[in-house]
Design a protein around this ligand. Structure first.
Ligand SMILES: Nc1ncnc2c1ncn2[C@@H]1O[C@H](COP(=O)(O)OP(=O)(O)OP(=O)(O)O)[C@@H](O)[C@H]1O
Length: 533
């Protein structure tokens, strides 16, 4: 029998089409992507897996339900799904984001018990109730008593999943068999991480994997940490992981969790401050995952807050009013957090913004961004992080002016992708190409100029003239003196026009008399910075 995943949505049962399932998989994070399929793939917890299998095989003579309990991310849900797979059972999953009222549970469990009750083991349908310890409150009104009566009356197997066994009522505990899932050993976590690195073709230092594994006994967060460290890289080193510890106390997945599931907006804001993500990137993460985390009116309020964050981000870009970042962050973090009025459980499977994946460039986008930040950082003597936070928006604004864009692209030796990134995707690829081509021409002119200056300087030196009196060799004093001056700014005109771009010459030469400090047109000459454009 083909196993189908059935999702409960607003009280009705909906089968996910193959196509939908395929799409969802594209957007999955690694923890979802590498969820074990069979019980044999479950790492650790051998005793629990064995007990679960035994219960399923002897279902007719045993209890109708089991309770899988233990800490988060240790494989409880995976084991229930893998059991359905191995037994060839169809299954229905109700998690805390589904409304689990008495009516809903009866409807689902009723449909489960009607299916194949008399058809033998292969036609069984497994009912999986995630976060069974959250069957309280108005949202799930009557859910627990309904579950108890369903367990007593249904002929179908039921798996209840809980973090806290003793949060379940005694009545529920009495009618179901408990199976405990324990924390996973670091050595087992390392094995899973290694396999993922191989599949994702990422080189990983063993020490880096060990470091990630030692920080947790929860496989999901270990996989999330690995993914966070690997985004935009082909290699994960110990330094990446330990830097992550210093600069990124919480990975993006954990921060997203604090925004959507946390009760303290201040805590989420504090975590965001230390996160190595720009507000523009973070808004993408929140936007991507909001529909997975919230429903109905929460979703509406969440997007309302997010749209306000977006307004502020727009103002930062347009007016370079960086003070407004604070409001943008507040709205996308605290605003979205406070928009939630209902309680949701489970892990919705957060993922990176789809547009990165859609364009197939999650990594390249990061790589381009990092290389751009590194070029700017080197040029402006600042960190990559500062370059991204402060100089990206500034350069984005400067790139509105084509001449400035060409000069800056030449000076920073930018590649096409880097130019495109600074232009914010608002221009056609032809415009990007034009700026790139012209910047290359400018660089060539600069090189020719350097060669020319060097040749002239060489011939003067060979003529046996004293090095500090090259001007006397009949050369125009100004130009030769400029040529010989170490790290002097050479002024190159583009297309013979007035607009010019200074490109720093790397030619070092002997000390010469200071030339007249003025440009050929008589204007006083001053050293330019990025801010002059
Ligand atoms: N024992 C395990 N073996 C293999 N993978 C695991 C194991 N535990 C967790 N994982 C990985 O972590 C992800 C989350 O695991 P799972 O949903 O089974 O955890 P859980 O115990 O049900 O957590 P929660 O209580 O938070 O729902 C899985 O998709 C899988 O990638």
């Amino acid at each position: 029998m083909k196993m189908q995943r059935i999702n409960l949505c607003e009280g009705y049962v909906r089968r996910m089409s193959e196509a939908e399932e395929g799409m969802a998989q594209n957007h999955e994070d690694w923890a979802e992507k590498y969820r074990p399929v069979s019980l044999n793939d479950i790492v650790g917890n051998e005793a629990a897996v064995k007990a679960l299998k035994k219960w399923a095989e002897n279902f007719d003579s045993g209890k109708r339900a089991v309770i899988l309990y233990g800490g988060p991310g240790v494989g409880k849900t995976s084991a229930a799904l893998a059991l359905a797979h191995d037994m060839g059972w169809d299954y229905i999953e109700m998690n805390a984001s589904d409304q689990r009222t008495k009516d809903a549970i009866n409807k689902v469990a009723g449909s489960a018990s009607r299916t194949g009750t008399f058809g033998g083991a292969r036609e069984r349908r497994l009912l999986i109730l995630d976060e069974a310890d959250n069957l309280h409150g108005t949202y799930d009104r009557g859910g627990e008593s309904a579950m108890i009566s369903v367990i007593k009356s249904s002929g179908q197997p039921i798996v209840l999943i809980a973090n806290d066994y003793y949060a379940l009522s005694k009545q529920l505990r009495d009618i179901a068999e408990p199976i405990q899932f324990r924390p996973i050993l670091s050595s087992s976590i390392v094995k899973v991480l290694k396999r993922i690195c191989t599949e994702e073709r990422i080189r990983c230092e063993p020490e880096a994997l060990m470091k990630i594994a030692e920080r947790t006994h929860d496989l999901r967060s270990a996989i999330n940490d690995l993914q966070a460290a690997a985004i935009g890289r082909d290699e994960v080193t110990l330094a990446d992981v330990t830097t992550g510890e210093r600069d990124v106390p919480e990975s993006i997945f954990k921060v997203i969790g604090l925004i959507f599931r946390g009760d303290d907006p201040k805590k989420a804001l504090r975590a965001v401050q230390d996160l190595d993500e720009s507000p523009e990137d973070l808004v993408g993460w929140v936007d991507e995952n909001l529909p997975r985390a919230y429903r109905d009116d929460d979703l509406e309020r969440g997007f309302e807050a997010l749209s306000r964050a977006d307004l502020f981000l727009g103002r930062v870009m347009r007016r370079q009013a960086y003070g407004m970042w604070r409001y943008a962050s507040f709205m996308m973090v605290a605003g979205v957090n406070r928009a939630r009025r209902h309680r949701y459980g489970g892990y919705p499977g957060y993922s990176a913004p789809t547009y990165w994946q859609k364009l197939g460039r999650a990594r390249t986008a990061r790589a381009v961004r990092d290389s751009l930040a590194s070029k700017i950082g080197k040029y402006c003597h600042t960190s990559k992080r500062e370059a991204r936070a402060v100089y990206f928006p500034l350069l984005h604004a400067l790139f509105n002016d084509e001449d400035a864009a060409i000069c800056l692209a030449a000076r920073l030796r930018l590649e096409e992708e880097e130019i495109a990134l600074l232009m914010g995707g608002e221009r056609s690829s032809k415009e990007v190409e034009k700026i790139y081509d012209e910047s290359r021409e400018l660089i060539e002119k600069e090189v020719e100029h350097e060669i020319d200056v060097f040749a002239r300087f060489g011939s003067v030196a060979e003529a046996g003239k004293p090095k500090n009196s090259v001007a006397e060799a009949g050369k125009p004093k100004n130009s030769v003196a400029e040529a010989g001056k170490p790290k002097k700014k050479d002024k190159l005109s583009r297309d013979g026009g007035d607009d010019s771009c200074e490109v720093e010459s790397s030619i070092s030469g002997p000390a010469v008399d200071e030339p007249k400090n003025e440009a050929p047109d008589g204007e006083p000459k001053k050293q330019r910075t990025l801010f002059d454009f």
